[in-house]
Write a protein that binds this ligand. Structure first.
Ligand SMILES: Nc1nc2c(ncn2[C@@H]2O[C@H](COP(=O)(O)OP(=O)(O)O)[C@@H](O)[C@H]2O)c(=O)[nH]1
Ligand SMILES: [Mg+2]
Length: 270
């Protein structure tokens, strides 16, 4: 359970044969105790829903401020979300190398502990701020706003935000980014979009990473994409390999278009 956002508390459904058997074999006392507990749980759940709404409303205020600032500076911000280990930092390092100084950019790294990823980004030649969320399972807009101030972003920059590796909570938290980019790697199984639909609904683009490993795995890439589009029919998909470079040109083209559009939109504001 998430101890910072309280996400999902009271919403769990526990089912299956084992539970039905235990209900049938449970005595009357046990059943009554369950009902009483359920009432307490209902009251608690409604308080938690209110708490969740308050947390998200507060976050949305900070996200709006971030978005306003980003659009006024012509900054294109992407929020990279995925399970741990799908290849976010590797992709960022390769993206920084491919852009080769032609595009001003900066990175905000989110992890529960360590500044390993920020160190990897700095070694690749880009400024990076590490946010450690401790028990927290996601970045929020206030943290990102503070990190943006510390970075002192140049106008017309690309801002790459690597969220905490988690396919659940980061879906709910708007950081003020232009797009959420969900990364699904081919080692994770085709069904993740169905199991974690909120994230695939919240994203505008999915990078199907580690495609270099497909010859060695039992993984149906077409099926994974079909599942993702079942959740989000508008989802754009690029098949990539951050290590072999497959699909990187298409990804970089998409990023550069976004940067150009952000700068053009800024000129409209002024
Ligand atoms: N084969 C293969 N491995 C990859 C690829 N991208 C990342 N990896 C590996 O996946 C592991 C996790 O990568 P990392 O970038 O740290 O993932 P993150 O936790 O999402 O930031 C590392 O061992 C990477 O070398 C890829 O495209 N192909
Ligand atoms: Mg990482």
């Amino acid at each position: 359970m998430c101890t910072t956002c309280g996400c999902g508390i009271g919403q769990a459904l526990i089912g299956g044969h084992a539970l039905q058997r235990s209900r049938q074999h449970g005595g009357q006392m046990h059943f009554r105790a369950r009902e009483a507990n359920e009432h307490v749980a209902d009251a608690g759940a409604s308080r938690i829903v209110k708490l969740e709404q308050d947390i998200l409303a507060k976050n949305n205020g900070y996200a709006d401020a971030n978005r306003r600032y980003l659009s006024e500076q012509g900054i294109f911000a992407l929020n990279l979300v995925s399970s741990p280990g799908s290849g976010k930092t590797t992709l960022l390092v390769k993206t920084i190398a491919a852009l080769n100084g032609a595009q001003p950019l900066a990175v905000i790294e989110g992890d529960q502990q360590t500044d390993n990823d920020a160190a990897r980004i700095r070694s690749a030649g880009a400024p990076a701020i590490q946010i450690n969320t401790g028990k927290g399972c996601h970045l929020d807009a206030q943290m990102v706003g503070q990190a943006m101030q510390q970075l002192g972003l140049q106008d017309g920059s690309l801002l790459l935000i690597e969220n905490v590796g988690n396919l659940v909570c980061p879906a709910s938290f708007d950081l003020g980014e232009a797009h959420k980019v969900v990364i699904l790697s081919v080692t994770e199984g085709e069904d993740k979009p169905l199991k974690y639909p909120d994230m695939f609904r919240a994203a505008d683009i999915m990078l199907l990473n580690k495609c270099d490993l497909l010859p060695h795995l039992v993984f149906d890439a077409d099926l994974a994409i079909e599942y993702a589009r079942r959740i989000n029919p508008q989802l754009q998909v690029i098949r990539i390999s951050a290590t072999s470079g497959e699909g990187m040109a298409e990804w970089l083209g998409w990023v550069k278009d976004g940067c150009r559009n952000a700068v053009a939109a800024k000129q409209h504001i002024v």
